[in-house]
Design a protein around this ligand. Structure first.
Ligand SMILES: [Zn+2]
Ligand SMILES: [Zn+2]
Length: 126
């Protein structure tokens, strides 16, 4: 019974590659799995709901955009559907390259001058 040693060697190499790849996959799956356990299966942007059927379209977004930052409390994770996730990242790139846009909030402008009436009142009394 002869054992083919060369094929055993290349097997070991593929195993190493496979192991490294699997490790990466497991890492992704583990935070995804944790996030899916922790949060309801709803997109954080468009509120689309997910079931086991379309769960593949629900992704885990890293709030600080660092995929290596996976705190156990899930504070860096956000569940987003593929589309919103895409959106989120393109928006992030935009703000990164064009600088933070200070969007002019529709802040209530004080159009009413509380002293206007007083002035006319004082003026009429004079
Ligand atoms: Zn969405
Ligand atoms: Zn993301």
């Amino acid at each position: 019974m002869a054992v083919n040693k060369t094929s055993a060697n290349s097997d070991k190499q593929t195993q190493l590659v496979m192991a490294a790849r699997r490790e990466q996959e497991l890492r992704e799956q583990s935070y995804r799995g944790q996030a899916l356990k922790m949060y309801p299966w709803v997109c954080g942007r468009c509120a689309r709901e997910f079931t086991h059927k379309n769960l593949a379209e629900l992704t885990v977004h890293h709030r600080n955009h660092n995929h290596d930052d996976n705190p156990a409390d899930g504070s860096n994770w956000e569940l987003l559907c593929l589309y919103c996730h895409d959106n989120e990242h393109s928006r992030y790139e935009e703000t990164r390259f064009s600088g933070i846009q200070t969007r002019k909030a529709s802040a209530p402008v004080a159009t009413h001058n509380p002293f206007a009436d007083l002035k006319s009142l004082l003026g009429s009394k004079k």
